[in-house]
Design a protein around this ligand. Structure first.
Ligand code: J9Q
Length: 260
């Protein structure tokens, strides 16, 4: 899979991409990511990428021609159909499902917008507009990096062990179960915090069941909205019913349930 990122901050994007799992996948050639400096596609002496908005108002708007030139070049270089994503607050919300869909494409271009805006005519060459959430950012570079990371992880071979991808919380539609590592006991201020005994027991069937229960309990507590779309096996459905009974009972007067 290939990504092309069009940005006015190429160094920021390059540095972030060089780190971690995505960086290693690029080194190995599993992923091909090119970062394009929008200023390289200007034709004036001062390499100007933005201008004042027609009609007046504060801020600057990204000019259309450098973006069109960048897309022309990328299209010619890749020689394949492009999916052109504009990162913007007006886009469709980015989710695991969107990431999975993009991971099946060959060539994805990410155009990093600016807070103040992008000339509306750029959208004539954009195939989709994506938002990573409802907050104000200065530019589309961080959203583009979020999208590359989430999509790349779903490309076969990018993550070393594909079991981690398959078991990944949003692949399964549930939150993760709690994880522990050594030591088995650690002091926090005046308290000794222990790893749950079952995880030290070596009883694999029990461990699996404890993890299912813990993941379901967390999801029920923190993100009950996810349960509607989760695909649960028989055992998980039974555990969930049990947890829900306990929760409802716990809300009633005079009933008592011990903590998990
Ligand atoms: C370009 N706020 O915000 C959330 N997803 C994308 C964005 C965004 C922004 C400003 C500029 C993208």
């Amino acid at each position: 899979m290939t990504f092309d990122v069009v940005t006015i901050f190429p160094a920021m994007v390059e540095e972030a991409l060089a780190a971690g799992i995505v960086g290693r996948a690029i080194e190995r050639g599993t992923l091909d990511v090119k970062v394009h400096d929008l200023r390289d596609f200007t034709t004036d002496r001062h390499r100007v990428v933005d201008d004042v908005p027609y009609g007046g108002g504060p801020g600057m708007v990204l000019k259309p021609e450098p973006i069109f030139s960048a897309l022309d070049r990328i299209e010619a270089d890749r020689g394949r159909p492009l999916t052109v994503v504009l990162t913007s607050p007006q886009g469709v919300r980015f989710t695991h499902e969107e990431a999975a869909r993009l991971s099946r494409l060959e060539c994805v271009v990410l155009v990093c917008g600016r807070y103040e805006g992008v000339d509306e005519r750029v959208r004539a060459r954009v195939t989709e507009e994506i938002s990573i959430g409802d907050y104000v950012l200065s530019g589309g570079e961080l959203p583009a990096l979020v999208i590359v990371d989430a999509v790349a992880r779903l490309v076969p071979g990018v993550v070393g062990d594909d079991r981690s991808v398959a078991e990944d919380s949003f692949s399964r539609g549930l939150l993760d179960f709690p994880q522990y590592t050594r030591p088995a006991e650690v002091a926090v201020r005046d308290r000794a915090l222990r790893v749950p005994d079952v995880l030290l027991s070596g009883h694999h069937a029990e461990i699996r069941r404890w993890r299912k229960r813990a993941a379901l309990a967390r999801t029920l507590e923190r993100r009950p909205d996810l349960l509607a779309g989760a695909d649960l096996d028989e055992e998980e459905q039974e555990i969930l019913r049990d947890l829900q009974d306990g929760r409802m009972a716990g809300l009633k007067k005079g009933t008592h349930h011990e903590r998990d």
